[in-house]
Design a protein around this ligand. Structure first.
Ligand SMILES: Nc1nc2c(ncn2[C@@H]2O[C@H](COP(=O)(O)OP(=O)(O)OP(=O)(O)O)[C@@H](O)[C@H]2O)c(=O)[nH]1
Ligand SMILES: [Mg+2]
Length: 481
């Protein structure tokens, strides 16, 4: 995010959510430190890496009804639906007052720092070589004028086991899960057995329940209308819950719904009523969570800030200091050893062949000394380069293993210059005020979370205003053609 867009963001937050304004400024502090240490480039900003918009994502098995659900929620037939695997890429839906939906290629998202996919092609390239250029095959941006989309982003995804480009798809899915404030995980009641939803269970259930933000996942068994004619429809839900439990999910938010528009009619009036009541209750709750996503977004941003500052303080700085200290020790040791060896060898040679003439002896001595300095300088540069490469390699590996966005190798380079020989022990770019600056960011996080708690748990904290911005969509709304 450029300084200009950061200023714009701050202006926007002043009106929209002043608690987050402090957070935006704290991101700047973190960036200032990281930039000074060389962990990020001049034009990089960590505020640009997160979504300041509330994000809701639809995930789950293919043909489970994700796109149908979105169309119903928005009251607009913006997404294509169908019984084959319809969606082959991720669609980012955002509001526009232009009445006709517009579709833009993935590159539009990749190049725009206001969206949470800024420079995602780099990550794709890391996951699978060559895929970074194929960004349009993975992502698209669609606009829609539904009022229910105003102020938020909804992401529709392709069915979970529908795509052969596994690694790239998984990388995007992980990214989406990270940036989402609410993730709806869809399953298909026509196939509630574990085999049909194996990948979804593995990646979207087992991997997510350990997360600190696991409460943002809602698990939805969709197309429940298709079970009405079964002899034992309860068994469908039971089988689904057993499969979830086998993957560790015993408590959580489970919903059983079906689409009000495309469902098959249920003939038995009593059964139909029972199904409808349960569906409407669940749908209302899901829609309610979707409307409250603004609150979840505020907490997510603060959690990200907290994570970044802790990562910097407890992981990046110690890793960098350890590597720089080790590198310096190695260079100094190599310098000393090579100097002693070279000086010893030359001294020995000098005394062996000491010329009888004093003038010649002095000239030879000075010549040898100059030679020693030149050779030793080259040896120093050689060892410095060698240990710098080893240090950089170690940090590259650590960075990957710890999944860090900070460029520790880059920061290391500014500490690994051959000259001057004797440097201060401190990291290049670090000054003692920075510790206080990081502490201040921790404080801001804590205070802001408390202020949010006050604001949202006590609505009278903001008189006349509700966190829920719009009324819920009408459950019986007809989707416009
Ligand atoms: N009976 C019934 N059919 C549904 C329901 N929801 C969706 N469908 C149908 O199921 C099919 C798949 O729906 P989609 O919305 O395209 O599913 P999806 O999850 O977006 O599918 P992919 O994008 O291909 O992964 C379509 O033919 C829908 O009409 C429902 O609640 N009940
Ligand atoms: Mg779809």
């Amino acid at each position: 995010m450029s300084r200009y867009s950061l200023a714009n963001l701050e202006k926007h937050l002043t009106e929209e959510n002043p608690v987050l304004l402090n957070a935006a400024q704290s991101f700047e502090h973190i960036d200032h430190i990281a930039r000074s240490l060389g962990l990020i480039g001049e034009d990089y900003s960590s505020a640009g890496q997160i979504s300041w918009w509330p994000v809701i994502s639809m995930l789950g098995t293919f043909s489970a009804g994700k796109s149908t659900f979105i169309n119903h929620f928005l009251g607009s037939r913006v997404q294509r639906t169908g019984n084959q695997a319809v969606d082959d890429r991720f669609t980012v839906l955002c509001y526009s007052n232009y009445p006709e939906p517009q579709t833009l290629p993935g590159i539009a998202l990749d190049a725009d720092p206001r969206f949470p996919f800024f420079e995602i092609s780099r990550e794709l390239e890391q996951a699978v070589e060559g895929e970074g250029q194929r960004i349009n095959a993975y992502l698209q941006l669609k606009t829609c004028s539904s009022e229910y989309l105003r102020g938020k982003i909804i992401i529709d995804s392709p069915g979970f086991d529908a795509d052969p480009q596994r690694d790239a798809i998984l990388r995007i899915t992980t990214h989406i899960i990270d940036i989402s404030d609410l993730a709806l995980v869809f399953f298909d009641a026509r196939h509630p057995e574990p085999g049909a939803m194996r990948d979804t269970l593995r990646y979207l259930v087992a991997d997510t329940i350990k997360r600190p933000d696991s409460d943002k996942f809602l698990y939805i068994l969709n197309q429940m209308d298709t079970t009405a004619r079964e002899d034992n429809p309860e068994e469908v839900v039971a089988a689904w819950q057993r499969a979830l439990a086998e993957h560790g999910l015993t408590a959580g938010r489970f919903y059983t719904i079906y689409s009000p528009e495309v469902s098959v009619p249920i003939e038995d009036e009593a059964v139909s009523k029972r199904y409808r009541q349960k569906r409407d209750r669940d749908l209302r709750e899901i829609h309610g969570r979707m409307q409250q996503v603004e609150i979840e977004r505020a907490y997510r941003i603060l959690r990200t800030l907290e994570r970044l500052s802790e990562e910097l303080q407890y992981t990046v700085l110690p890793e960098l200091t350890r590597t720089v200290t080790r590198y310096r020790k190695r260079v100094v040791n190599a310098d000393l050893i090579t100097f002693i060896l070279a000086a010893g060898a030359l001294g020995y040679a000098f005394f062996l062949f000491i010329p009888p003439e004093p003038n010649t002896a002095i000239a030879l001595g000075v010549g040898l000394l100059a030679g020693l300095l030149i050779v030793w300088t080259r040896v120093h540069v050689f060892f410095n380069g060698l240990f710098a490469r080893l240090g950089a390699r170690r940090l590259r590996k650590r960075q990957k293993a710890l999944n860090l966005k900070w460029d520790m190798t880059r920061a290391f380079q500014s500490n690994a210059q051959p000259w001057p020989l004797f440097r201060r022990i401190r990291l290049a770019g670090w000054n003692k005020d920075m510790s206080a600056e990081i502490e201040q960011v921790h404080e801001t996080c804590k205070e802001s979370i408390q202020r949010l708690n006050d604001l949202y748990t006590n609505p009278s904290g903001r008189p006349g205003e509700s966190a829920i911005v719009q009324p819920l969509p009408d459950l019986d709304q007809a989707v416009s053609k």
